[in-house]
Design a protein around this ligand. Structure first.
Ligand SMILES: *[C@@H]1O[C@H](CO)[C@@H](O)[C@H](O)[C@H]1NC(C)=O
Ligand SMILES: *[C@@H]1O[C@H](CO)[C@@H](O)[C@H](O)[C@H]1NC(C)=O
Ligand SMILES: *[C@@H]1O[C@H](CO)[C@@H](O)[C@H](O)[C@H]1NC(C)=O
Ligand SMILES: *[C@@H]1O[C@H](CO)[C@@H](O)[C@H](O)[C@H]1NC(C)=O
Ligand SMILES: *[C@@H]1O[C@H](CO)[C@@H](O)[C@H](O)[C@H]1NC(C)=O
Ligand SMILES: *[C@@H]1O[C@H](CO)[C@@H](O)[C@H](O)[C@H]1NC(C)=O
Ligand SMILES: *[C@@H]1O[C@H](CO)[C@@H](O)[C@H](O)[C@H]1NC(C)=O
Ligand SMILES: *[C@@H]1O[C@H](CO)[C@@H](O)[C@H](O)[C@H]1NC(C)=O
Ligand SMILES: *[C@@H]1O[C@H](CO)[C@@H](O)[C@H](O)[C@H]1NC(C)=O
Ligand SMILES: *[C@@H]1O[C@H](CO)[C@@H](O)[C@H](O)[C@H]1NC(C)=O
Ligand SMILES: *[C@H]1O[C@H](CO)[C@@H](O)[C@H](O)[C@H]1NC(C)=O
Ligand SMILES: [Zn+2]
Length: 581
């Protein structure tokens, strides 16, 4: 998941699972609001969760829920039963080895990413007869080499700053090669309006701007517009987790002005110094930034099924720079691979008598999710172009999209993707896609109920590769087991009731306390939660694959007519609320 997953849409009362509570991205206002809501609505939380659990044995078979047992071939062979924990863990171990060989990371631009792509491709080539396609794209200024440098001179006193402690590089901003000190100018207000920047226009200066009000990318856009020599965004210190620096701050695609993100303390040091009009503050920035070339999306299709009616199952293949990315999102990457390998085997082995679905199933692995859903946005964009073919996939060929990202969290819950009454969706999502999304959510809920497993609702407001599909009018679904949101005592108790004493996990601890950290290693995976998530995925694919008129089932009122394509160069459109600001 990208950091955006903790966007405000997902801080739903009913869905703690996807609250990536790196609360630095949450406005104080929201924090306060949610604190109050949390207190006031404890009773409601309880009642909602209790309601979920009450429904365990009283499955609501409304028209949106078809008979869930008559869809398998004959009850004995089902896709779900092919999913084995050992198999998942075996492949996941291979990803761990790949990360270990690559300085502990599988991020874009590293050997670990390329090896991941090769591993998936080889597995598919050797073990399936699926139609495999790679889709390549480049990302300018996305790889940092070496350690950037940052110095200031304040009234002839030179200070050297420490990368990752005092400052980080803003992703997509270019190399900085200053050979002399350049004057620093403090941008008034929060630098979200032209008036704030007028005075630095085309000057030989570095702009210092405080975080807030508008996105990081918008501030970067102003820096471009007013042609400063460099820009610095500093954290705003309005909450305990808004003092430090972050490695994932993104500017605009193909930026031309170098940018750093500073800690609150360093920003304030400059602001205070600059408050004396006679103080001369100058800055030197030096960094080496490269383009990532040939980033791959991989898709593998069943050779059977109507190509104009495709079910997509997606996950991302990259990890973050700061760890092995085994839960995030090696778990989704491998879960998706194991789904593909097993479906291929079922369809191929005549002894299985497994009847092919009426629909093409396409398994995809998106690159550069962690840099802002780039691979999936790129794919949806390509699918919308007139030169798209039935083979490559056109938007109108896509019936539904499943997403699996972080599905083996150590202190898991099961968050089922859901529009939550249409509230927790990206803005611009067509209503007909919301109806379908809720239908798919209901399908998962039914399965969890049948299995007597606990679940919560996880809003689809942002955070992973389903976003570009959803806004493009395609119904989405899936399960995730939680990122850095905190499991409440209530939630733990509910899971304990469902799964037995000792199985509720830890209250007041994150779902994944290694989220985006070096410890996101194979030991960070809960094999039970992992297996359940992938089984749920298999169930949903098979169920929908066996429906007679899937299109009608998902879109009873027809396909959406007005779709909203996310622009790969304007990622801040998906950064509503807390994610990119
Ligand atoms: C199922 O749920 C829907 C909506 O919540 C409700 O209208 C319907 O009456 C329920 N059906 C049954 C059989 O409980
Ligand atoms: C659901 O499917 C099962 C197994 O095929 C069958 O026995 C049952 O009658 C079906 N129920 C309904 C309501 O169609
Ligand atoms: C059910 O599966 C068994 C074992 O694979 C097979 O022999 C039998 O023919 C199947 N029955 C039906 C109705 O498909
Ligand atoms: C690991 O890091 C070292 C030192 O930064 C570098 O020399 C080496 O090339 C890296 N190895 C890989 C596989 O990225
Ligand atoms: C720009 O400079 C003018 C003249 O020095 C000053 O009056 C004005 O306040 C400045 N505007 C901003 C936004 O700093
Ligand atoms: C950014 O650069 C890439 C590759 O160089 C190019 O394909 C893309 O069109 C550029 N985007 C913008 C907005 O300039
Ligand atoms: C400010 O300090 C820098 C670095 O010492 C120097 O190059 C520059 O000339 C100074 N500017 C003014 C206006 O004093
Ligand atoms: C990864 O693969 C791409 C595309 O083939 C290549 O351009 C790039 O240099 C490779 N990166 C590494 C670190 O091997
Ligand atoms: C952001 O979310 C708010 C509601 O919180 C909505 O009113 C607004 O239209 C959204 N903006 C974008 C660009 O998505
Ligand atoms: C239930 O499944 C049957 C058989 O696949 C199908 O004909 C029917 O339309 C489905 N009903 C609903 C409400 O989706
Ligand atoms: C991991 O993969 C799942 C499923 O594709 C995705 O939703 C999630 O965003 C990914 N998480 C990370 C951190 O990559
Ligand atoms: Zn992530």
């Amino acid at each position: 998941m990208t950091i955006e997953n903790k966007n405000q849409f997902q801080t739903s009362i009913v869905s703690n699972s996807t609250i990536k509570s790196k609360t630095f991205f949450i406005f104080t206002g929201l924090l306060i609001l949610f604190s109050i809501l949390t207190i006031i609505l404890t009773a409601i939380i309880l009642s909602i969760i209790v309601k979920n659990f009450n429904s365990i044995n009283t499955t609501n078979s409304s028209s949106s829920c078809n008979n869930t047992t008559n869809n398998n071939n004959n009850g004995s062979i089902s896709f779900v039963n092919e999913i084995k924990s050992d198999d998942l863990m075996k492949h996941l171990n291979e990803l761990q080895k790949i990360a270990d060989k690559s300085n502990g990371t599988r991020a874009i631009g590293t050997q670990g990413f390329n090896d991941t792509i090769d591993y998936i491709t080889n597995q598919l080539q050797q073990n399936t007869n699926f139609v495999i396609q790679h889709e390549y794209f480049n990302l300018r200024n996305s790889i940092l080499k070496g350690i950037p440098k940052f110095q200031s001179v304040i009234n002839n006193h030179i200070d050297d700053y420490i990368y990752l402690t005092d400052f980080t590089h803003i992703i997509f901003s270019p190399s900085a090669n200053f050979d002399s000190f350049i004057q620093l100018v403090v941008i008034p207000n929060l630098g979200c309006q032209d008036i704030d920047w007028i005075n630095v226009s085309n000057t030989d200066s570095i702009a210092l701007v405080k975080r807030g009000d508008c996105g990081f990318a918008e501030k970067a856009q102003f820096a471009e517009k007013y042609r400063v020599k460099g820009f610095l965004i500093y954290n705003d210190g309005i909450a305990p987790d808004r003092f430090q620096v972050y490695q994932n701050v993104r500017g605009i695609m193909n930026g031309t002005i170098p940018g750093y993100f500073l800690s609150y303390n360093l920003g304030m040091k400059f602001v205070n110094a600059a408050s004396n009009i006679n103080t001369n503050i100058s800055i030197i920035m030096n960094s080496d930034v490269y383009d990532a070339q040939g980033i791959a999306n991989i898709c593998a299709d069943t050779p059977t099924g109507d190509k104009t009616k495709t079910i997509i199952v997606g996950s991302h293949s990259d990890g973050v720079l700061d760890g092995s990315g085994i839960n995030d999102n090696g778990s989704g990457t491998i879960g998706n691979l194991v789904l593909a390998l097993n479906l291929a085997r079922l369809l191929r082995e005549s002894s299985s008598n497994y009847i092919p679905y009426e629909y093409r199933v396409r398994f995809c692995w998106w690159g550069a999710e962690e840099l802002g859903l780039i691979g999936s946005i790129y794919h949806v964009e390509q699918a919308s172009l007139s030169h798209a073919t039935i083979e490559s996939g056109r938007l109108q060929d896509y019936l539904s999209y499943f997403n699996y990202d972080m599905i083996g969290s150590s202190n898991y819950n099961f968050g089922i993707l859901d529009s939550i009454d249409g509230i927790y969706v990206p803005s611009g999502t067509p209503e007909h896609a919301i109806i379908g999304t809720d239908k798919i959510a209901n399908l998962f809920q039914q399965w969890f109920n049948q299995q007597k497993l606990p679940w919560t609702q996880s809003g689809v407001g942002g955070g992973s590769d389903f976003v570009p599909f959803l806004t493009a009018g395609i119904a989405v679904g899936g399960v995730n087991t939680g990122a850095n949101g905190i499991k409440s005592a209530t939630e733990r108790d509910v899971i304990t009731v469902a799964l037995g004493a000792g199985n509720g996990g830890l209250a007041n601890v994150a779902y994944d306390s290694c989220y985006h950290q070096q410890c996101d290693r194979i030991q960070n995976i809960n094999p039970f939660a992992y297996e359940i998530s992938v089984k749920a995925a298999a169930y949903a694919i098979e169920y929908m694959g066996r429906l007679n008129d899937l299109e009608k089932w998902i879109y009873p009122k027809g396909r959406p007519t007005h779709i909203h394509l996310l622009n790969i160069n304007k990622q801040y459109y998906i950064c509503n609320g807390s994610m990119c600001m």
